[in-house]
Design a protein around this ligand. Structure first.
Ligand SMILES: Nc1ncnc2c1ncn2[C@@H]1O[C@H](COP(=O)(O)OP(=O)(O)OP(=O)(O)O)[C@@H](O)[C@H]1O
Ligand SMILES: [Mg+2]
Length: 400
C-alpha cells in the first residue's frame, strides 16, 4: 500500500479511533466514578452510623440518668435564678407530700415550706458554693432532713442550685428512743435502790432494835430487791431478743397443758381477787411448734396483766382455735380496759397507761414489749382490742 493509502486509511479510521478512545475513557471514568461514589457512600453510611450510635448512647445515658433520679432515695430539686422548681424527682415529691408533676414552676419555699432551705439556696447562688445543714419540719408530722445545696455555674442551662434532701427522721427517732430508754432504765433502777438505801440508813440509825419496824422495813426491801432483779432479767431478755441472740428451741407443744401450768402460778392472786377463769382451750388442738420456755413467759406476761388489771370479781376467758393451720389464742378479761389512744403504745418498752398503778402492782411496762418480741421471733403476731372500763382481749397466732 502506498503512503497516500495509509493516510486515507488513518483518516477514515480516525473517528473510529476517537470513538474507541472515548469509549474506553468513558468506561474508565465511570468505573472510577462508581468507585468514588461507593467510597463516599461508605463514608456517609459510616458517619450516619456514628451519629446514630452517638444519639443512641446519649439517649441511653439520659434514660440511665433519669432512672437513677427516679429511683434514688434522696430527694432532689433543681431551681432557677428565681428559686422556682425546674426539676424534682419522685422521692422529693413524696418527702414534701406533693402529687406527681404538681411542683414544677412552683417556688422552692412553697414546696419545702422551710425558710432555712430558701436561705441556703440564696447563699449558694451568691457564692456558687456548697452548704450542708440539718433541718426539721413539724407539719404534717415531725420530720428531719439532711440538706445539701449546691450552687451551679450560670452557663449550665437554667439550673442555678441543686438541693439534695436525705430523710433522717428514722435515725433521729431511734436516737430519741435510745435516750428515752436509758433515762427510763436509770429511773426504774434508781427508785428501788433509793428506797433500799433509805431503809438501810434508817435501820443502821437505830431502828434495828425495834423488831417490828425492822421486819416491815426488811419486807419492803425484799420487795424492792425482787423488783430490781425482775427488771434486770426483763432487760436482759429484751436485749437478747432485740439483738437476735434469742435462740429458740422449738418442740411440739400442747397449748392446753402449758396454759394449765401458767394458771397454777396465779392461783393465789386469782383467789384473792375473786376472779373467775374460764379456760376454753381445747385439749385436742394440733401441737404448736414453739419454744416452751418462751411461750410460757409470753403466757405469764399476758395472764399476769389479765389478773393485775382486772376488777374484783372479774372474769378471764381463754380460748383457742385452729384457723387454716395457724393456732389463734385469745386471752380476754373484764378489767379496766385501755384508752383508745394508748392501745397503739402498750407494746412500747416502759409504757404504762397509769404509771403509779403499774408501779404499785410491781410492773415496769416491759411485759408486753417482751411478749410481742417472743411472738414475732416465732413468726407470729400479737394484737390487742380493748374498751375502757369493759376489758381487753389479747390475741396471738402461732404456726401449728
Ligand atoms: N389486760 C390489760 N388490761 C388493761 N390494761 C392493760 C392490760 N395489759 C396491759 N395493759 C396496759 O399496758 C401497759 C403495759 O403492759 P406491760 O405488761 O408491758 O407492763 P406492766 O404490766 O405495767 O409491767 P410488767 O409487765 O413489766 O410487769 C400496762 O401498764 C397497762 O397500762
Ligand atoms: Mg405486764
Amino acid at each position: 500500500m502506498t503512503n497516500p493509502d495509509y493516510r486515507n486509511l488513518f483518516i477514515s479510521s480516525f473517528p473510529l479511533i476517537l470513538g474507541l478512545i472515548g469509549f474506553f475513557g468513558g468506561l474508565y471514568y465511570f468505573r472510577n466514578a462508581r468507585k468514588i461514589f461507593e467510597r463516599q457512600k461508605r463514608r456517609f453510611s459510616r458517619s450516619l452510623k456514628e451519629l446514630t450510635d452517638q444519639l443512641e448512647h446519649s439517649e441511653k445515658e439520659r434514660t440511665k440518668f433519669a432512672s437513677m433520679l427516679n429511683h434514688m432515695s434522696e430527694g432532689l430539686i433543681a431551681v432557677d435564678t428565681h428559686k422556682n422548681v425546674i426539676a424534682i424527682n419522685p422521692s422529693a415529691e413524696k418527702m414534701f407530700h406533693r402529687s406527681t408533676g404538681s411542683s414544677l414552676g412552683k417556688s422552692l419555699l412553697q414546696i419545702v415550706q422551710n425558710s432555712t432551705v430558701e436561705k441556703m439556696a440564696d447563699d449558694v447562688m451568691e457564692n456558687q458554693s456548697l452548704i450542708k445543714r440539718e433541718i426539721s419540719r413539724t407539719l404534717p408530722e415531725l420530720q428531719f432532713f439532711d440538706v445539701t445545696v449546691i450552687g451551679t455555674q450560670k452557663s449550665q442551662g437554667d439550673v442555678c442550685a441543686i438541693l439534695v434532701f436525705q430523710d433522717v427522721t428514722r435515725i433521729r427517732r431511734l436516737e430519741s428512743h435510745r435516750r428515752e430508754f436509758v433515762a427510763n432504765v436509770s429511773h426504774e433502777l434508781k427508785t428501788p435502790l433509793t428506797s433500799i438505801q433509805g431503809f438501810i440508813e434508817t435501820l443502821l440509825g437505830g431502828t434495828l432494835k425495834d423488831t417490828e419496824k425492822s421486819e416491815s422495813f426488811l419486807k419492803i426491801m425484799e420487795e424492792d430487791s425482787k423488783r430490781l432483779s425482775r427488771l434486770v432479767v426483763d432487760l436482759l431478755d429484751l436485749s437478747k431478743i432485740e439483738s437476735h441472740e434469742l435462740l429458740l428451741k422449738p418442740v411440739p407443744l400442747q397449748l392446753a397443758e402449758l396454759v394449765q401450768q401458767v394458771l397454777k402460778l396465779f392461783e393465789l392472786q386469782i383467789l384473792q381477787k375473786k376472779i373467775r377463769v374460764e379456760n376454753k382451750i381445747p385439749s385436742r388442738l394440733p401441737p404448736l411448734s414453739a419454744d416452751p420456755d418462751k411461750i410460757k413467759q409470753l403466757l405469764v406476761n399476758l395472764i399476769d396483766n389479765a389478773v393485775k388489771f382486772n376488777q374484783e370479781g372479774g372474769k378471764i376467758i381463754l380460748y383457742a382455735e385452729n384457723v387454716a393451720g395457724k393456732i389463734k389464742v385469745c386471752i380476754q378479761d373484764t378489767g379496766i380496759g385501755i384508752p383508745e389512744n394508748d392501745i397503739g403504745r402498750i407494746f412500747e418498752r416502759f409504757f404504762c397507761v397509769d404509771k403509779a398503778r403499774s408501779r404499785e402492782a410491781g410492773g415496769t411496762g416491759l411485759g408486753l414489749s417482751i411478749a410481742k418480741h417472743i411472738i414475732e421471733a416465732h413468726g407470729g403476731a400479737l394484737s390487742c382490742q380493748s374498751e375502757l372500763g369493759k376489758g381487753s382481749t389479747f390475741t396471738f397466732t402461732l404456726q401449728a
